[in-house]
Design a protein around this ligand. Structure first.
Ligand code: SER
Length: 337
């Protein structure tokens, strides 16, 4: 069987490492990785080739490859992007634009649509205040697309760029025999939690940080209020979703951007769960106004009925299974507690 050629950008990040492992486990892919950093040991043997460097300046190099699938994960996350805003725009938007252009060009040239998988985020939403957030409850994809952060603006705009290059680029769809356009697919991820890696630079980071600290017996001062609520998901479910959406036949997809959901809980409920598992844990709340403001603008839950209907999405881990069957057993092994 011929292998599918895959590019994974941001391969050293949390999703990147887990995705490379997921692709390798499935088999049938030749995986090329790229990142600013060298590959960690966890995935070193799984990448056929690693290109280290800044994607924005390196993209020309990728024109020598013919990728069937591109997973464009490289990004500056929400908290970091608020500190270095223009640099975040360069990474998040310029990098995506360059790769979309490449994928559109290759799709047309070879008459075969390159699949372009893009992790968007709940940061694409934005509520003006907590009352609106609570009143909205589970939001649908096209509601409240009013992001407050540079990261959220970047993600929402890149979704639009992906749709543009897939549907309207050069208005070629109006040709009598339109060329093959690229095949863009995006998932708006909630906060993700891995038992093996920690995020950096995000704002949903308080969830994983609190749990990893508790498991190691370290004190943790949570940077958002106890009542702060957003949705979260186990990393294996995030990878499952990416692989499911990659394989879904295009004709089944009624849209290009999908919400997915697993469970929602408050920072206080995270603390209760952490204390139950690690009774000695010391977790306090010291809200940081800027980071609090970011999370307050994000939905407390999302409506993922479109993903369920179109490509059969369903998470493996609800909140109890997440703790009992994934996070706690793995983290205990990891930190030997
Ligand atoms: N988890 C990301 C962040 O906090 C949101 O997609 O920035």
């Amino acid at each position: 069987m011929t292998q599918q050629a895959v590019l994974v950008t941001g391969a050293c990040g949390e999703i990147g490492q887990a995705l490379v492992q997921g692709l390798a486990k499935e088999g049938g892919y030749r995986i090329v990785t790229t990142d600013l950093m060298p590959l960690p040991e966890t995935i070193k043997g799984l990448s056929a080739e690693h290109i280290q460097g800044d994607l924005v300046y390196r993209v020309k190099q990728f024109y020598d490859y013919d990728f069937d699938i591109i997973f464009h994960l490289a990004a500056s996350l929400s908290s970091k992007a608020e500190i270095a805003t223009e640099e975040a725009h360069r990474i998040n938007v310029d990098g995506t634009l360059q790769l979309l252009m490449l994928a559109a060009y290759k799709s047309e040239k070879y008459g075969k649509a390159v699949k372009f998988l893009f992790p968007s985020s709940i940061a694409a939403y934005g509520f003006p205040n907590l009352e609106a957030k609570h009143a909205a409850g589970r939001v649908k994809e096209d509601e409240w697309n009013l992001p407050h952060t540079m990261y959220g603006c970047n993600k929402l705009y890149c979704e639009k760029l992906g749709m543009y290059y897939s549907l309207y680029y050069g208005q070629k769809h109006l040709d009598p025999h339109p060329p093959v356009m690229l095949d863009f697919r995006a998932i708006r991820f909630p906060g993700l939690i891995s038992a093996y890696t920690l995020p950096s630079g995000g704002t949903s980071d308080y969830g994983p940080e609190m749990l990893h600290a508790a498991a190691q017996g370290k004190d943790y001062a949570c940077f958002v209020r106890e009542d702060t609520k957003i949705s979260f998901m186990a990393m294996p479910d995030a990878i499952k979703a990416l692989l499911m959406l990659t394989k879904a036949p295009r004709r089944q997809l009624s849209r290009m951007v999908y919400n997915i959901d697993a469970f929602s809980l408050t920072a206080g409920e995270f603390r209760e769960r952490a204390l139950k598992a690690f009774p000695g844990a010391r977790i306090t709340f010291e809200p940081n106004p800027r980071r609090q403001g970011i999370v307050d603008s994000w939905p407390e839950d999302v409506d993922d009925s479109q993903a369920r209907a179109d490509w059969g999405w369903k998470p493996d881990y609800d909140i109890d299974r997440f703790f009992e069957e994934y996070f706690l057993p793995e983290i205990r092994k990891r930190y030997k507690k």
